[in-house]
Write a protein that binds this ligand. Structure first.
Ligand code: ASP
Length: 320
């Protein structure tokens, strides 16, 4: 596994110039972003006070895949820092007339913009854009294929950090469609950098990662074994849009074997924290009473997502 971030992600002084992946990012950089998010929580009084750190800056959201949480929170994050935001509408753009991705990007750059927030089904697209920019704009990866979702990894760490003092004591299980999940990859990179004691990945054999991809994790196919004494359970959706054919027999059977029910949660450590990046599929990977229950941090993750995105935007754009 590649341990260093892509060269395009860092400037000549080794500072973040784009945010493409958490892979290889040092713990100090990750902690600095989380600390900044906490500082912004206080400064913005939980989002009720608008700041002007990025006044006069323009952020373009370029989402080629559907999104509810990530797009809205990048939009709010930029606005709460005083930036202007353009939500580029792919469906009514010249993309449908055959304009290439780079022609679209260069066209938008010619109007001047400071950052592109990019989501795309092809892994590597944000990096490709970063390598071909004509300007000094920053590229922020908002999810590329099954490769990376760095702000999700950061926000999961931020939410967890509010509940847990010592990451080195934590046993975390991530369960679901690991093979197709960019969230799993970014979470593993974030939690490994932060020194988590044990990372368990659990999936049916068809949805497990390639052997050797995650040397720092233990791989399980039996969720009852994987959740035993876990302090945190992160549940993932089946990424049907990334599967060739139906890789699981039925949703009911999947829930039976891999769904997080109240009963199964009892096998975890007492007060095990429950997380999910959303969108949740109730009754498939998680039962409603667990998703809405007292151990669930799902809506707190959503709230922390805005702060993490404010921190990343401020870090990348403020200093230019
Ligand atoms: N929202 C997350 C993502 O974009 C998780 C998911 O879609 O299942 O990767």
């Amino acid at each position: 596994m590649n341990q260093s971030p892509p060269a395009t992600q860092l400037d000549a002084d080794g500072r973040l110039r784009h945010l493409l992946t958490l892979e290889g990012l040092p713990r100090t950089t990750i902690c600095a972003l989380l600390d900044r998010a906490e500082a912004l929580r206080a400064q913005s009084r939980g989002g009720t006070r608008r700041l002007d750190l990025l006044a006069g800056r323009t952020v373009i959201n370029l989402f080629f895949e559907p999104s509810t949480r990530t797009r809205t929170s990048f939009d709010l994050a930029a606005q709460r820092l005083g930036a202007q935001v353009i939500n580029f509408d792919i469906a009514s753009s010249s993309t449908v007339k055959g304009e290439t991705l780079l022609d679209t990007v260069h066209t938008l750059e010619a109007m001047h913009c400071d950052a592109f927030v990019v989501r795309h089904k092809e892994s590597g697209t944000p990096e490709f854009i970063a390598q071909h920019l004509h300007s000094a704009a920053a590229v922020l990866n908002a999810g590329d294929g099954n490769r990376a979702h760095p702000t999700q990894g950061l926000l999961d760490a931020l939410t967890l950090r509010r509940h847990v003092k010592d990451f080195s004591a934590l046993r975390i299980v991530i369960c679901g469609d690991i093979r197709h999940s960019r969230v799993a990859r970014s979470d593993v990179h974030a939690f490994s950098a932060l020194g988590v004691r044990e990372l368990r990945l659990c999936a049916p054999a068809e949805l497990a990662p390639d052997p050797g991809e995650f040397p720092q994790c233990s791989i399980f196919h039996d969720f009852d074994a994987a959740i035993a004494s876990a302090d945190v359970a992160i549940m993932l959706r089946l990424q049907k849009e990334r599967m060739q054919a139906a890789a699981i027999p039925s949703e009911a059977e999947y829930f039976q074997r891999y769904g997080l029910s109240t009963q199964r949660l009892r096998n975890a450590a007492p007060d095990c924290l429950v997380m999910h990046p959303g969108p949740i599929n109730r009754g498939v990977e998680i039962a409603s009473d667990v998703a809405d229950g007292p151990q669930s941090l799902i809506l707190q993750q959503v709230a922390d997502g805005v702060l993490v995105r404010m921190a990343v935007l401020a870090e990348l754009l403020e200093r230019d």
